[in-house]
Design a protein around this ligand. Sequence first.
Ligand SMILES: [Zn+2]
Length: 220
Amino acid sequence: MARISTIKNENAIPREDREQLSTCLFCDEKISKGGCWAGSKCIGVCKKCSQYLIDLFIDTLDDTDESFKKSSVETKMKYIEQMGVKRIVKKEEDSKKQEKYSYIKKLNLKYYAEVGIIDFFECTMTIVEAINKLSGVDKYNEEVLNGCENDVKEFIYSISREYPHTIRFFAIPDLNYGTFRLGCVAKIQNNGSTYILCGNRSYFEGIDEPGYNLTVKEVY
Ligand SMILES: [Zn+2]
């Protein structure tokens, strides 16, 4: 489930699916805002028709749940209200998760792994060096880099219960686009555990020359 306003310019979604998502299932009108669902079929619903989703919910329960069908209007109402509260709470939790690590997402640092201990950081960039070096690159502006450093602190704390004492950035060649992407390394005190975050899962295979068999996990 998603909101049409947030996905209408999402190029990762095929054009015909985007078309279908922005056509109201009930009235067939084109919509730029509303709820949508991308399953085996793509559907969108406009505000005016959204009440019919409740009809659909009631019909589904009437047809599949004998005790619901036989219950009074008040009991049905109570059931729908309870379900409504559950769904709203879930939606709130989902949107909080979505907001989390927004700067890590901007830098596409989707994957991370705990690597062998790294002690020397001369070939990396501190946050100040990264900001100065990349000042002309909009994607890596000061707000994004500072935000990313904070996100990385919180993320490392969430997995290790310790804030990192060292966070550095480094460049990874991206031959597809003839450029370099940023990766990030963070180290905590406890046993010197060092974590690397980057946007390409295969990168970890490339750097695992000592054969630690790194376990690569997803940040988000
Ligand atoms: Zn409609």
